[in-house]
Design a protein around this ligand. Structure first.
Ligand code: ADP
Ligand code: MG
Length: 272
């Protein structure tokens, strides 16, 4: 990460130290020597010693071919599964040391998910689908609905709160899912092939929405097999056979979209 600065400035080590201090203070996700094997004959080694740090305000594309370990990585980063070895820290909190209940609360309050298949409740209204994103955070019903309306406005669906997912197009369904992911103002949003079920034009509009949300301050990781999608992200990480084989680095995005100054953001605590 510090290599980029090294050719440019005489006083480079001081600059590099400041930048890494800033990144460390604002790291929302840290993955350390992460490995995952699935049982079988022989076992499948899906991830092999992955290191990755994502700072507040980044937009990161993780790209790799089918079977390279992308979904496994997303599930571990999202605390949906536990690694075989290695560590995951979310906003400085080490998931491995936490009880299942605490991990569930951490996930509900700090991580938003967007999936290729949307995973909406077909029988519930759009409003309730989004409001349910706050259920486990212990927010009272009226407040859940109010915040859901705001999140729907953010994704351009403020006018359709009583529609059912079955009455919506694929792109609109994904917007509902994005509103649900954002309604709790999570520290990080993890998207697994978010345009995988959409035609090209609709997919493009979803990527434009992801861009907008990033500019508004969200930290977002998009997992994709499509290099042209990954190219749109400020930082591109390539994964192959369970290894990270390339990473354009974290330097540029936090500087392009400065995070809250370290002094205002105590480590391990949320500002709001
Ligand atoms: P990607 O999302 O990049 O396609 P995955 O993370 O889904 O990759 O899979 C990585 C490897 O792990 C693949 O070889 C896949 O077959 C295997 N794998 C994924 N999930 C499981 C599972 N639940 N049990 C056994 N093998 C799995
Ligand atoms: Mg996958």
């Amino acid at each position: 990460m510090t290599d980029t600065a090294s050719h440019q400035l005489d006083d480079r080590s001081a600059v590099a130290t400041n930048v890494s201090a800033l990144c460390a203070a604002a790291a929302v996700l840290e993955v350390d020597d992460l490995s995952k094997s699935y049982p079988g004959e022989p076992p499948v080694q899906a991830l092999r010693g992955v290191d990755l740090t994502i700072a507040q305000g980044e937009l990161v594309g993780i790209v790799g071919p089918s079977g390279s370990g992308k979904t496994t990585l997303l599930q571990l980063m999202g605390t949906l599964d536990r690694p075989t070895s290695g560590r995951v820290r979310i906003t400085g909190l080490d998931v491995a040391t936490m009880a299942d209940n605490d991990v569930a609360y951490l996930r509900a309050t700090r991580i938003g998910f967007i999936f290729q298949q949307f995973f909406l409740a077909e029988y519930a209204t759009v409003l309730d689908n989004v409001a349910d994103g706050l259920l486990y955070a212990g927010v009272p019903l009226e407040q859940r609905r109010q915040r859901a309306i705001e999140a729907l406005e953010l994704v351009g669906l403020g006018g359709r709160p009583t529609a059912r997912p079955t009455q919506l197009s694929g792109g609109q369904r994904q917007r509902v899912a994005i509103a649900r992911a954002l309604v709790g103002q999570p520290a990080i949003v993890l998207a697994d092939e978010p345009t995988g079920n959409l035609d090209q034009a609709t997919g493009s509009s979803i990527l434009a929405l992801i861009d907008e949300l990033h500019h508004a301050g969200s930290t977002i990781v998009v997992i994709t097999h499509d290099h042209s999608i990954a190219e749109r992200m400020l930082r591109k990480v390539e994964i192959l056979d369970g290894h990270i084989v390339a990473d354009t680095g974290a330097l540029e995005s936090p500087l392009a979209h400065p995070p809250v100054p370290a002094s205002d953001a105590p480590v391990g605590e949320e500002g709001s």
